[in-house]
Design a protein around this ligand. Sequence first.
Ligand code: CUA
Length: 339
Amino acid sequence: MLVKKILKVKNLKFTPFIFLSACIENAPLDSLSPEGPYARSIDELFWITFWIAVGVFVIVQGALLLSVFVFKEKPESPEPKQIHGNTKLEILWTVIPVLILAAIAVPTVQTIFDLAREPEDALKIEVIGHQWWFEYKYPDYGITTANVLVIPADKPVRLEMWSNDVLHNYWVPKLNGKRYLVPGQTTYLNLHADSPDEFWAQCGEYCGLSHSKMRGRVLSLSQKDFDSWVENEQKNATAFSNEDLSLAAEGQQVYLNAGCTQCHVVNGVWDVQGDRIAPNLTHFAVRNVFAGAALENNRENLTRWLANPAEIKPGTFMPNLELTESEINALIAYLETLK
Ligand code: CUA
């Protein structure tokens, strides 16, 4: 009754469902279903701690209920024995929690060190946080990409991370815990996926208006698929000639002239030295998501995005370029060629 009243007053019709959302199975950001050794060691530590906490809860609440019901005050009962200032008991209930915390500290410290150790033969990838998307660089291969982190399956990956603007936090719940991306400081995180699969990532630190839209995907591929992905990413885009009358060629002109090149690079068509503040588009069509991985990469979403980026990601640095419908169609046709 009271719950119903509160829900009505606050107009929180969906609140019970929000609580239930924690119980969804196979949720993409579920940190309790690890799919790699790092996430698994965190999960094991969680369950050890959880069951110790359950034991403490049952004993303490049991003792409380026992005192409430068995030792309830009755009219004829005498004053119970007073134990205030009992040194032996004081020591006992100080020592027991100390021992419990010490028991939890051993596997905790062990796990922290295991997670921090740099794995041998790990592939190094740089992760750079931007408002509001993640950029990835593969220094060994000369690749720059965004939103989708592609890694080889069943191999450790070492992320070297920093931020281009404010604090962000890199989190792939099924592969490891969170780690901050700090401006001017490098932090490290290891990832290791058991098998080829796709995992969801999310920025774990409030970083401005579109923090909730700062998402990511991690794609783990078999070594063979990963190698061919690398080979493809290293290629430049093919530039359309000025004589080409196709819609995609027209789109390339829009890309070059409407203002996109201020922030976006397409290798082989418009590469400028130095970093740009927006995702590298050279292999845009290979990525299944865009706009900070907030949108699936398809025509409908691209149309919405190009017409008004801020409608999808409030505060985004991508301006509304006031593109006409035909410019948008041409741009999309061009983006589809960037494979
Ligand atoms: Cu970046 Cu929240």
